[in-house]
Design a protein around this ligand. Structure first.
Ligand code: HEC
Ligand code: HEC
Length: 210
């Protein structure tokens, strides 16, 4: 039968000691902690935090959801910053009927500063950004078959994708069309472009018309 070991000689104690050192050291080192801050955009921009507070105070979630939490009267707002321009949103908050005739969203008497804060918060949602290389990627790999021109009669125009598709769909389709659509004529870009490039070009498409 094994003998009980003293706590300091037990392996578990030293493992815990070393682990806690690693966990606590960023705290001890002060504000240079390596962990990524949650919601960095909200923290950086006071307008965004004000908007977030207004979103709660004005009970927007009665009709809208974020990350699956909230009502379903209006659309989910997770990526709204990528679907709508700042101008559209400001008009929408000043008087929803001017941009959506017959909308169920009531006119709220908001001050200009509140409109600005809500727009900033809405615009911070989502988080898809693209690099300066994205336009070149689209030109080199996609523009033979696709346009990004809202007025184009070309059926393969991708400028309205943001209204019908989400980022996951775009990335999956670009990677492997046959996996999404049995009749796909488009060849997949998995192996041709890196995952990061596929995300880049998808975000670029998503951002069109903003
Ligand atoms: C009574 C329900 C209701 C409330 C409350 C409400 N909305 Fe809406 N909202 C809607 C409906 C319905 C739509 C879709 C029609 C439209 O575009 O007006 C909408 C549209 C939107 C859109 C455009 C979404 C898109 O995808 O085009 C945004 C942004 C928005 N609301 C933000 C807000 C915010 C922020 C608040 C709180 C200040 C709020 N809404 C309160 C019902 C509501
Ligand atoms: C050789 C022509 C060709 C090239 C090159 C091409 N596509 Fe396509 N793409 C198509 C065709 C045709 C469709 C229609 C569905 C199908 O046949 O796959 C399509 C469909 C799509 C769709 C789905 C649209 C939807 O909402 O259903 C996306 C997204 C897309 N392409 C993005 C891209 C991107 C991004 C690139 C460049 C990285 C690219 N395509 C390059 C021909 C092409």
């Amino acid at each position: 039968m094994e003998e009980e070991k003293g706590i300091f000689s037990s392996g578990k104690f030293w493992t815990a000691f070393v682990l806690s050192w690693f966990l606590l050291s960023p705290v001890m080192a002060g504000p240079v902690a390596a962990s990524t801050p949650i919601d960095s955009i909200t923290k950086k921009d006071p307008l965004v935090s004000n908007g977030k507070q207004l979103y709660a105070d004005l009970k927007c979630s009665y009709c809208h959801s974020l990350k699956g939490q909230g009502g379903t009267v209006g659309p989910a707002l997770d990526n709204v910053g990528f679907r709508r321009t700042k101008e559209w949103m400001a008009d929408h908050f000043r008087n929803p009927k001017t941009v959506t005739p017959g909308t169920k969203m009531a006119k709220m008497k908001l001050r200009a500063s509140q409109v600005g804060a809500l727009v900033a918060y809405m615009n911070s949602l989502g988080g898809y950004t693209f690099t300066p290389q994205a336009a070149g990627l689209f030109k080199d790999h996609c523009s033979n078959c696709h346009s990004l021109n809202e007025t184009s009669a070309f059926t393969n125009d991708l400028s309205q994708e943001k209204r019908f598709r989400d980022m996951d769909f775009l990335m999956d389709y670009i990677s492997d069309p046959a996996g999404m659509n049995g009749y796909a004529k488009m060849g997949g870009f998995k192996g041709v472009l890196t995952r990061a490039q596929i995300k880049d070009v998808a975000a670029y498409i998503y951002q069109q018309g903003r």
